[in-house]
Write a protein that binds this ligand. Sequence first.
Ligand code: SAM
Length: 273
Amino acid sequence: MRIDVVSIFPEFLAPLSLSLIGKATETGLLDFAVHDLREHATDRHRTVDDTPTGGGAGMVMRPDVWGAALDSLLEGTQEPVAAPRVVLVVPTPSGDTFTQRVAEDLAQADHLIFACGRYEGIDSRVAAHYRETGVEVREMSIGDYVLNGGEVASIVMIEAIARLLPGVIGNPESLVEESHGAAGLLEYPVYTRPNDWQGKEVPEVLLSGHHAKIARWRRDQAFAKTIARRPDMIEAMPPENLNKADRALLQEAGWRRQSDGRYLRPTEPPTQG
Ligand code: SAM
């Protein structure tokens, strides 16, 4: 996979040269490059922004500067038919939420280009223009809060995507039971040595060496943790992911089975007063 990031602060992306993603770039699993947007400014001061049309606070990033930067990266990638899949990712707090499903989807692409906004963001015509010219454009938010720029959001997305690429994580099995994986659950609690720490002992079943019992215990723990912390994930769970014990647990806890087999959390009793 090729990943390009365009930013006015290329140094911001330095953490991606560390750890597993850095190693993947070094060994050629990943072709990763960062580009300075200011290289595409045309004036003496290398200006990339201007005042908002219509007035208001802050500055907006100019579409012509972004256009020059993105055209240089997209050149030759929009050939018809067996063209590689190129995705322009535009981080923005008003985008669709970036989730593990999106990471899995984007991990299938051949080339990702991240356009890091600053100030009040990038002129809206940029995303619209590339969409109209046939580029797959994904405006993505990493959560309901506002950062100063798209660099940290891009790091988050690139790390989540790149770790799914074959060969990046040493042991691919560690991806299987993770939170937000195919089972739609949070991960079970994990432990290591010492077995007794601060008077807290690791659950005995984990020391039993009985693989089937351990697997069952972990699945039950993952399910109980998800009910407690993320009932929305249980509500979204396809009925075929629920086993008999899960259904019994949900019923016992007052969850309501819907006609499509999904479950709804118990409604809160109305507050007095
Ligand atoms: N004026 C914009 C708004 O209210 O939607 C916020 C602009 S923000 C200060 C500057 C840049 O930070 C954005 O263009 C985007 O690249 C990035 N950014 C901020 N919050 C983000 C989030 N939650 N997810 C993804 N990118 C974000």
